[in-house]
Design a protein around this ligand. Structure first.
Ligand SMILES: C=C1C=NC(C(F)(F)F)=NC1=N
Ligand SMILES: [Mg+2]
Length: 211
């Protein structure tokens, strides 16, 4: 993984798309130029059992066709079973040490909300950290209050080489602020899932520069 892989990190589960089939949304996003994908199947209507695994496999197959890293949120067993490119975890989900031991050199992304959590992520060689929610989000029911770019700026200045992706309410209107604050990339759910023109949205978001 390189920092550019984090540039436009699309996260999706079946609950995030309403207008069109999820796999159509993912394929259009891949064709338009997202740089990384996270499979995040959560919530009361999430798929389960075989349908869940088949959906994940279908997403992984599309990512492989477009040579885009396929990351699984939280579900380590699924990530190992599929041979995913990586896993993303929150620190309330599992001790990071346990994860690193289980996944070997698979990409490891860790959500961080405090400096201690940043140090834990570094201790277990996280490949990137997720910081947010930067702005108010509707995609995560148990999200913490929006932190703005303050913590993001602090982490970037204290750990200049640590790959950082920002998440939470990010779209075309505020993405440049986030890059200026030091994020290497932005993670989005609704900005793409609810877009009326996915190609335009992806092209706009991937063309944003910090300067
Ligand atoms: C809760 C999350 C926080 N950050 C990220 C990412 F953007 F990938 F870093 N993914 C999540 N699922
Ligand atoms: Mg989690």
């Amino acid at each position: 993984m390189n920092n550019h892989d984090l540039k436009l990190y699309f996260i999706m589960g079946s609950a995030n798309v309403h207008k069109r089939p999820p796999l159509e949304v993912l394929e259009e996003a891949l064709q338009s130029g997202i740089t990384m994908f996270q499979f995040r199947e959560k919530g009361p209507d999430a798929l389960t059992g075989q349908a869940y695994e088949i959906f994940a496999q279908s997403c992984q197959k599309l990512c492989k066709q477009y040579h885009i890293p396929f990351i699984v949120n939280d579900d380590i067993e699924l990530a190992l079973k599929l041979g995913a490119d990586g896993i993303h975890i929150g620190q309330d989900d599992f001790p990071v040490a346990v994860i690193r031991e289980k996944i070997g050199d698979m990409l490891l992304g860790v959500s961080v909300h405090t400096k201690d959590e940043v140090h834990t992520a570094l201790q277990y060689a996280a490949d990137y950290v997720g910081i947010g929610p930067i702005f108010a989000t509707t995609s995560k029911s148990d999200a913490k209050p929006p932190s703005g770019t303050e913590f993001l700026q602090q982490v970037r200045s204290e750990h200049p080489d640590l790959p950082i992706v920002a998440i939470g309410g990010i779209d075309e209107s505020n993405a440049q602020l986030v890059f200026k604050a030091g994020a290497h990339g932005i993670a989005v759910i609704s900005a793409i899932c609810e877009s009326v023109n996915i190609k335009d949205t992806v092209l706009t978001l991937t063309s944003i520069q910090p300067s």
